[in-house]
Ligand binder design. Sequence first.
Ligand code: G3I
Length: 340
Amino acid sequence: MLVGGLLIFGLIGAAGVALQQAVRRTVRLGAAVSAGPLRDDPAYAATLRNNFSSITTENELKFEIVQPERGVFSFAAADAIVAFAEQHELEVRGHTLVWHNQLPDWLRDGQFSRDDLLRILREHITTVVGRYQGRIAAWDVVNEAFASDGTLRDNLWLRGIGPEYIRLALRWAHEADPEARLYLNEFGLEFGDPKARGVERAVSELLRDEVPLHGIGFQMHLALDNPPDPVLAAQVMQRFADLGLRTDITEMEVAIQNGAGSEAERIAAQAALFGVIARICAEQPACQLFSVWGVADHYSWLPAHTGRPDAPLLFDERYRPKPAHAAVLRALEGRLARGP
Ligand code: G3I
């Protein structure tokens, strides 16, 4: 009798673990969100809440928006995005606390001592992360800290504080919200070394020193005329997964402006590339987010950046799902988190 009971107990336990593994292996489909269209365009909001379970603030939590003047914080736009997410049970990713870009003039042009910059950075992180404690699930704490050769990018923080700015930022973010997942967010890792090797080396040191770090963001800003080698991209993702980190895809887009062929042929090629990357995520347990950098093509940052029209996302300018959307759903089938 006892043996039978133990056997049943063991089977229930094993099933529970398997279920937990299955639940943990789900992948959220995410999108970067702007407060303007969320407020003004009902179709944008509907597309967002009906198709995505994670949102990333595109610009609203960047330094220049949140602290436009020293000590003066402005959260209205970010609050609106977080409120929408909470209303529709969407996960929120805060982007980004420390970056070399979109800094307010007072910070970029200021002549600050190292102690000043430490004080400024600590106050910024503590104020911003603390405000959304328990409401923002993950933070891109440091964005694009690395150069293409794998060394630390020369930026205001490295020059003014030193390389330790990265570990300090992570520690301060963790102090402000111990439950939030903390990421270093990079582009180009899918193309391998030397950048991937440099990031891997730096991340290994952080983990060795027990600095709170939970994931690497693979931005995946791709283009038809320069696709990554999928085998290499999967190998790089595995190297970071082997360090115990989440390896989420955080900003995917596929620019088609420089692709070959007709518009229809480029849209089809775009779908194929989205599908390839989504399959890499689907096959990597550490990849639990597949996020694109915008809700629909006409709100993409890319045309303004390049000065040329493009259609890099999953939904077109009339919010119709494109072949890329179907390709992503097919690739993620069985892992896709349904609902919140
Ligand atoms: O807010 C001002 C507005 O007042 C002004 O009228 C307008 C015209 O000058 O500019 C507006 O600021 C723009 C800002 O986006 C908000 O829309 C900036 O000019 C523009 O440069 C900025 O672009 C952002 C870009 O980062 C800056 O590098 C994009 O929207 C944003 O999608 C993009 O996102 C980055 C990620 O944060 C990090 N990974 C790469 C990704 C693409 O560069």
